[in-house]
Design a protein around this ligand. Sequence first.
Ligand code: PMP
Length: 458
Amino acid sequence: MARLSSERLKALDTAHHLHPFTDYKALGEEGSRIITEADGIYIQDAEGNRMLDAMAGLWCVNLGYGRQELVDAATAQLQQLPYYNNFFKTTHPPAVELAETLCRLAPKHMNRVFFTGSGSEANDTVVRMVRHYWALKGKPEKQWIIARENAYHGSTLAGMSLGGMAAMHGQGGPAVPAITHVRQPYWFTEGRDMSPDAFGQACADAIEERILELGEDKVAAFIAEPVQGAGGAIIPPQSYWPAVKKMLAKYDILLVADEVICGFGRLGEWFGSEHYGLEPDLMPVAKGLSSGYLPIGGVLVGDRVAQTLIEDGGEFFHGFTYSGHPTCAAVALKNLQLMEAEGVVEHVRDEVGPYLAQRWKELEQHPLVGEARSLGLIGALEIVADKAAGKRFDKTLGVGNLCRDICFDTGLVMRSVGDTMVISPPLVITKAQIDELVGLATAALDETARRLQAQGVA
Ligand code: PMP
């Protein structure tokens, strides 16, 4: 296929392509950056610029780019059986083998999986499944789902409704009914007048207050990410999860741990829930399941819910054309096999996770950084105008986006969430590459500070 010039691609992109989460007018004026190839933890754009991808695509390319084994798994499956469904009492080997492998890797009490095409579809499935479950248990009034402000659970109507992103709720509503949001355990921005542990407890108490307001017999489930990703790599205080877990058990409310980012090694365990000892009833997954090579997600279902669905549920009127898509499943299966064979989870837990924690923390010395935190291979930097007070820059300055753009121009992909800089690199990153990442981040922070000084604001 003849390749179009990058100018032509940019023009066509502006003319025809509506990107996700994008201000179309602004993008039309600036033009997009065209990514053409990738290898290991590096991506390359159409102009030949190479960048260290510290976001693993969109928190998903856990095994890194260019893994021939995944290409071969897709090719073989495309040749043998590119598509068939799992409806009407049929299935195929990749879906079965992936289900078995996933359940073997998942916490012991999770032995069933419902496949979807994405994380959003997984969370839509969660909403329907938990309400169906309580109806089967003779408690159809248990409908409410408690989620958190600033959470991200996807862009379908139910995903958006579960999510706590105010900007998303402002468009395309009304949202799905009987979903409510409580405060997030984001100590740096919302809890600095308390110790982290007191704040963690206060956030757990906020869930209990909401349960009591709604009535415990009306609340079906609580959904949260073990560590909030898109909200800004928010690592809850140590006190938070034990208090939440205890309280949900007290009121007989299901726990849904959204593992779309935290799953598959990101926090140094197969699932983020294991890091925090959560034992959730449901775990939506996606992204790292296939290292992002092909789209696939699912909901891992604990025995308690599965048993009721199976024994008492009759037909579950729910499913997607691509639920357990054979080619996606074959790639996901190979991805998990490679992760096991190469000890990728142990690499994160014992090697690069602790090393990143040490190197990343050094960035707290930088005049712009109010906090540098990480857990496993997810991390964040809080950019501030005043370190001692933890005071942010004026929002209109767009300092986070300035830093992100500087990163792009200097060979590093780091994401900005407001003035929080976020990383989630491929899990196969080495210590030497972490040194490179930290060096590039330091240089970008220096350049950001220089530009702010030139504007007279820092
Ligand atoms: N849940 C979480 C925690 C996510 O981070 C995301 C995607 N960023 C989703 C759900 C939605 O996944 P998808 O984009 O595959 O629909």
